[in-house]
Design a protein around this ligand. Structure first.
Ligand SMILES: [Zn+2]
Length: 102
């Protein structure tokens, strides 16, 4: 288990790490907080957001409770707010530095 605090992994504009931490559901009741590859822009419509806060969505509770099966470990946390770090070439409505809620 990591002993780093959130301040040590906090917002540091312009300094992106190669990994990030995320919540991943492995099965009913088996939610793990683990190191994952940092996101990259893959499609021109992508944006990378440095998360300030996130929460559980009601739709996350179905697989967590075992009422909706999952085929493989599944990242969770699609409700969020944070700061835009990078956008794909087709993104016109967001710019790095903007605070967004999704
Ligand atoms: Zn949701």
């Amino acid at each position: 288990m990591s002993t780093r605090t959130s301040n040590e992994r906090g917002i540091r504009p312009g300094k992106r790490e190669s990994t990030m931490r995320g919540a991943v559901l492995y099965g009913a009741g088996d939610l793990r907080f683990e190191e994952r590859d940092a996101p990259t822009i893959i499609k021109p419509t992508d944006a990378i957001i440095r998360i300030a806060a996130t929460c559980v969505c009601g739709s996350d509770l179905w697989p967590y409770r075992g009422l909706q099966p999952i085929a493989e470990p599944t990242p969770m946390g699609h409700e969020y707010c944070g700061v835009v770090e990078e956008v794909g070439s087709a993104v016109r409505t967001l710019k790095p530095g903007q605070f967004v809620i999704g």
